[in-house]
Design a protein around this ligand. Structure first.
Ligand SMILES: [Fe+2]
Length: 164
């Protein structure tokens, strides 16, 4: 669907802006889905590490919400429309569906680590995408999100790296 761009004084060429906005919206759908997955884990985790994991998953959701806000607002700043409705997320997200059957802490940790890694891979690719479209600012935004996602993945994977 070709959405009409809003006029802006930003000097990036229109054709490039259109492609960058599409790239932003694709990653917006992914990160919104990921944030909901973190909430799903936050609400449903059980087990002896309950409180630590319940809080960790909420922290993930909060940080992911900040990423989604930055990505959405960049799309609008470039003259686009941020596409963040549940219908668009469900249709566009490239993440695997989060399993609704999980309860045990280790199962949620594994699922969140997989989801963060999947998003981390595509956001890293988006850095190159924005660079090749001549938009260093969006590339920088994606780089920050990528670095932040790697950090969140560390917080989750640390639970898997040593057997007790
Ligand atoms: Fe809560």
């Amino acid at each position: 669907m070709k959405i009409k761009l809003h006029p802006t004084r930003i000097d990036l060429p229109k054709a490039a802006r259109r492609k960058v906005i599409d790239l932003l919206n694709q990653n917006l759908a992914d990160v919104l889905d990921l944030g909901l997955q973190a909430k799903q884990a936050h609400w449903n985790v059980k087990g002896p590490q309950f409180i630590a994991l319940h809080e960790l998953f909420d922290k993930l959701a909060e940080e992911l919400e900040e990423f989604s806000d930055d990505i959405a607002e960049r799309a609008v700043a470039l003259g686009g429309v941020a596409l963040g409705t549940s219908q668009v997320i469900a249709k566009q997200s490239r993440l695997n569906a989060y399993p609704t059957s999980l309860a045990a802490g280790h199962a949620h940790i594994e699922a969140m680590a997989n989801a963060l890694a999947q998003f981390g891979k595509s956001i890293r690719a988006a850095i190159d995408g924005a660079t090749s479209l001549g938009d260093a600012d969006t590339a920088d935004l994606f780089t920050g999100v990528s670095r932040g996602t790697d950090k969140l993945l560390w917080l989750v994977e640390a639970h898997l790296q040593v057997k007790e």
